[in-house]
Design a protein around this ligand. Structure first.
Ligand code: ATP
Ligand code: MG
Length: 137
């Protein structure tokens, strides 16, 4: 079954949005296969966002991801990658539809609460990067 990597970013954890975010994926019907809270090193954040390393905001993005603990999750279900991105909403919270996580909980592009893999291939790569120990069957 398809899996995706979802991560509650430091602002989402600090603002107490963990339960609300989990509820959205759970009540949709997806299955939680792995979850842990961790602090992120600069090297690990740089690896996760390696595709964006040439962007002018890359340094700020890495600092943001290291500014506090994150909650790392693997969610599973039918078309969970694409549907997870819909639940999350557009990258810029000012363009995210109300009813999406970013549309309901934030206003800053650089503090947009949550990450979701953008394709099945990148989901596999990200799950390997964040859960090298593997997840439950
Ligand atoms: P994520 O990968 O975190 O789920 P995304 O796939 O919607 O977000 P990406 O293009 O992968 O968007 O950008 C990764 C993150 O980098 C964004 O979520 C946002 O926090 C930050 N970001 C993207 N574009 C900008 C920008 N122009 N200025 C500042 N930060 C940005
Ligand atoms: Mg992305």
């Amino acid at each position: 079954m398809e899996q995706t990597y979802i991560m509650i970013k430091p602002d989402g954890v600090q603002r107490g949005l963990v339960g609300a975010i989990i509820a959205r994926f759970e009540t949709k019907g997806f299955y939680l296969r792995g979850m842990k809270m961790m602090s992120v090193t600069k090297e690990h954040a740089e690896k996760h966002y390696a595709d964006l390393s040439s962007k002018p905001f890359f340094g700020d993005l890495v600092d943001y991801m290291c500014s506090g603990p994150v909650v790392c999750m693997v969610w599973e279900g039918k078309e969970v990658v694409k549907t997870g991105r819909k639940i999350i909403g557009a990258t810029n919270p000012l363009a995210s539809e109300p009813g999406t996580i970013r549309g309901d909980y934030c206003i800053e592009l650089g503090r947009n609460v949550i990450h979701g893999s953008d394709a099945v291939d990148s989901a596999k790569h990200e799950i390997g990067l964040w859960f090298p120990e593997g997840v439950s069957e």
